[in-house]
Write a protein that binds this ligand. Structure first.
Ligand code: C5P
Length: 400
């Protein structure tokens, strides 16, 4: 989720593909972007301001004049935006954009915008291949705008060919890739290993001991490190999280022992190790070969201590910068600092279960970072934002 805090201005013009923009808005908002939408007067035939404003969580404007003599400032909206996306962009709106035919709010806003502009054209196939459309798309490109080409397929007219607006997922991916490409490559040349998620310790062929860790924190760290140019090795226990970045090498493991041996396949080659996994502290001593029957009233399972992966990393540390996590419920700071020493870490990230919204099941986290000499406290943020804070801190330490 790379859109956290990004300001996206969507302009909808009057084509049947406008209905798909609902999904795009929802996706952007879900990924943490702020979304404002403006529509051409014609677009009101295809979408309602109510549905769009409900999804975007902002008022939707189609003309310059508001109620009671107010003015919808196209300049303010244009300057607010980090990117502007015109989708669907009809032949008419495209033509007005490239020729400066400024007769509605969308065009006036577009002409006031200084940010990158993305255009997702949508029209019938003969219109799409018409020389005037081709010329206008070339002009738009020559202005530096990014065209998200129409796709092939069945069109609303029943004809089959190129002209269908690109799917919302493709538009979203183009915008996300753009934002990713603007991130400074501060970790270029570095290899970062991250452990994530829970571990499952088998009791028998169908049961295990595990925990509620979602893996989100580790996956956010992996995405962010990869955007900063690092080679990322992500070793995760069972998790439903997905990785979007191509530069993240994901290794899926189940138990703590598997995680340990995977980590040490790479340990010598890494520059930074971040242990965000919630590793089970104990595992059943013997794993039953068959499913355990419920014969007796009591069942005792003997547990033995799992290897401490991070501690082992600390013991074998040569040049690696090591970051641990501590999830504490009492004497938080002392315990976190104790782990920093005991596990031979360079930095530890403390999240307290006492803080609402912190911890391993939520999308948000509230952290404090400790090194041997420093302490820094952060506000409650999304895990994507927390990942940025953690990596900023790591980078500041590496520069010392
Ligand atoms: O000792 P405690 O489990 O609280 O330490 C938490 C830190 O140690 C986390 O960074 C966690 O990923 C790591 N850890 C580990 N292997 C274990 C237990 C914890 O890598 N068996």
């Amino acid at each position: 989720m790379s859109l956290s805090g990004k300001k996206i201005l969507i302009a909808i013009s009057g084509g049947i593909a406008a209905y798909k923009i609902h999904f795009l808005i929802r996706d952007f908002v879900k990924k943490g972007a702020e979304v404002q939408v403006i529509i051409t007067p014609d677009a009101e035939n295809f979408v309602t301001k109510l549905s769009i404003s409900t999804l975007s969580k902002n008022p939707v404007y189609s003309d310059f004049y508001g109620d009671n003599g107010t003015w919808n400032s196209h300049v303010e909206m244009a300057l607010w935006a980090d990117v502007m996306v015109v989708a669907p962009c009809t032949a008419n709106t495209l033509s007005k954009m490239v020729h400066g035919m400024c007769d509605n709010l969308v065009i006036a806003t577009y002409m006031s915008a200084k940010c990158p502009v993305f255009i997702a054209p949508a029209m019938d196939l003969d219109m799409y291949v018409h020389p005037s459309t081709k010329k206008n798309l070339e002009l738009a490109e020559s202005f530096g705008h990014i065209i998200i080409p129409a796709e092939n397929g069945e069109l609303a007219s029943g004809l089959i060919g190129q002209g269908r607006m690109s799917e919302p997922e493709t538009i979203a991916k183009t915008i996300e890739d753009f934002f990713d490409s603007t991130v400074e490559k501060t970790l270029e040349g570095k290899t970062v290993l991250i452990t994530a998620g829970p571990t499952y310790e088998a009791i028998d062929p169908v049961r295990f001991i595990g925990n509620h860790s979602s893996g989100k924190m580790g996956f956010s760290l992996a995405e962010e490190a990869s955007k900063r140019g690092a080679k990322v090795i992500l070793i995760s226990g069972p998790s439903s999280q997905k990785i979007n970045s191509k530069n993240v090498e994901l290794h899926q493991v189940t138990s703590a022992k598997e995680m340990l041996s995977k980590v040490f396949e790479f340990y010598d080659t890494i520059d930074i190790g971040i242990a965000s996994a919630a590793v089970a502290d104990y595992a059943p001593k013997d794993v039953a070969k068959e499913k355990i029957k419920k014969n007796d009233d009591n069942l005792t399972i003997e547990l033995i201590k799992n290897p401490d992966i991070l501690r082992t990393m600390g013991e074998k540390k040569t040049h690696q910068f090591l970051v641990g996590f501590a999830l504490e419920t009492q004497n938080e700071e002392e315990n976190a600092k104790g782990k920093l020493e005991k596990k031979n870490l360079d930095m530890i990230v403390l999240n307290s279960l006492r803080d609402e919204g912190a911890g391993f099941k939520n999308d948000t986290n509230k952290i404090k970072i400790f090194t041997k000499t420093e302490k820094k406290e952060f506000n409650l943020k999304s895990k994507d934002e927390v990942a940025k804070d953690i990596l900023n801190f790591v980078e500041s330490q590496l520069l010392k």
